[in-house]
Design a protein around this ligand. Structure first.
Ligand code: SAM
Length: 348
């Protein structure tokens, strides 16, 4: 009985212990260095020299249609070179936000303009007024020491925007970032655009750079993507995952007949490591493909309306519940670079 009472006491104390741990001692606190990120950007027109000197390399990756006429937020804007670039591209309004007071002062001095504003604030501040924007820049900020809760900040910023440009840090593996963006961003698309190699340092190996958006895409996007990338990439490994009954086999047959996919190996539910390894250009259809193919350049998730899927399996209650098996088995792991969600055809 005394054992029972002790157990009850322990259980009833547990939540309080947990809350107090969260609110006090055990909470992780970031080291916030103020007046630290000085001389970060170069701006040759203003005779300013900074670490990111060959800034053109990075600026070329922004798509004009994501910026012209749009409301843009640059989260972690430093001295404002990206804000300035967005203004030049015709943004309707640009807000730069940074924790570092010296950087914000510098930005205000360099780039004051009626269409832009610079705010000194902390992205960790839960009361920071982050309004919806069309496009959010989150460039080389995610891994800095000044962020306490980087994944929730990434989620909040992603939720504010239709398009996000995301840059990682020097020498980091882009596949890790693709995974983080998939987990916390809720995007329809995560495109790896390459490395931004613009730093004034001899050992520069570049920073992984991504564009993410929420634009819906249908299955017609896939053959176009393969055709575009076949010109550029000698090897291209694509996996198409999605619930059983989404229409993967149907799409695989369509692709096999599509002239744009000539020379591409198309495998439907064939988990054969030798053939997967040997193929230079490959599209692999299998709901588990993302878990066993080693390295994937692009991962497509074929999405289907659940009611349509159930209708397809009207006479097959066992397959109706295949989806549960998919949920128990993680359908992808972090071994891809780009991600696209595509809508399956809804008829039949
Ligand atoms: C490496 S610099 C990148 C600057 C800029 N985004 C670029 O890519 O050119 C990182 C910037 O993020 C800012 N930063 C880091 N943590 C922050 C936070 N918690 N809130 C606001 N800004 C933050 C730093 O002050 C710094 O200016």
């Amino acid at each position: 009985m005394s054992h029972f009472a002790a157990t009850c006491r322990r259980i009833s104390r547990a939540p309080r212990t947990l809350v107090s741990r969260v609110l006090s001692r055990q909470r992780s606190t970031a080291t916030k260095r103020d007046q630290w990120f000085v001389d970060y950007h170069s701006d040759h027109a203003r005779q300013v020299v900074g670490l990111r000197d060959k800034t053109d390399e990075r600026l070329k990756l922004f798509r004009v249609e994501d910026i012209a006429g749009k409301r843009v937020l640059d989260a972690g804007c430093n001295m404002g070179a990206i804000v300035n670039h967005c203004m030049k591209l015709g943004a309707r309004q640009v807000t730069g936000l940074d924790f570092d007071s010296a950087a914000v002062q510098r930005a205000r001095g360099l780039y004051s303009d009626p269409t832009s504003a610079f705010r000194c604030d902390d992205l960790d501040n839960p009361l920071a007024a982050l309004e919806p924007h069309d496009t959010v820049m989150f460039l080389s900020v995610y891994g800095t020491k000044e962020l306490e809760d980087r994944n929730s900040i990434l989620s909040r910023l992603a939720g504010l925007s239709q398009v996000m440009y995301f840059e990682g840090h020097h020498g980091d593996d882009p596949r890790d970032y693709a995974w983080v963006l998939l987990k916390y961003g809720g995007f329809q698309t995560i495109e790896f655009l390459g490395y931004t190699n613009d730093e004034l340092r001899e050992d520069s190996v570049g920073r992984p750079f991504f564009r993410c958006d929420r634009k819906p895409r249908d299955v017609g996007f896939l053959p176009g993507f393969i055709a575009d990338h076949s010109h550029i990439d000698a090897t291209l490994k694509v996996a198409v995952v999605g619930r059983s009954g989404a229409g993967k086999s149907h799409l695989a047959r369509q692709l096999a007949d599509d002239r744009r996919c000539e020379g591409v190996t198309i495998l439907d539910d064939v988990n054969d490591p030798d053939r997967i390894h040997a193929a230079q250009r490959l599209v692999l259809f299998d709901y588990r493909a993302g878990t066993y193919i080693d390295q994937i350049d692009a991962l497509f998730f074929l999405d289907v309306d659940e009611n349509v899927r159930l209708k397809r399996f009207a006479d097959d209650p066992v397959r109706q519940d295949d989806y549960n098996a998919l949920l128990r088995t993680p359908p992808v792991r972090s071994n891809f670079l780009s991600f696209f969600r595509i809508e399956a055809r809804q008829d039949g």
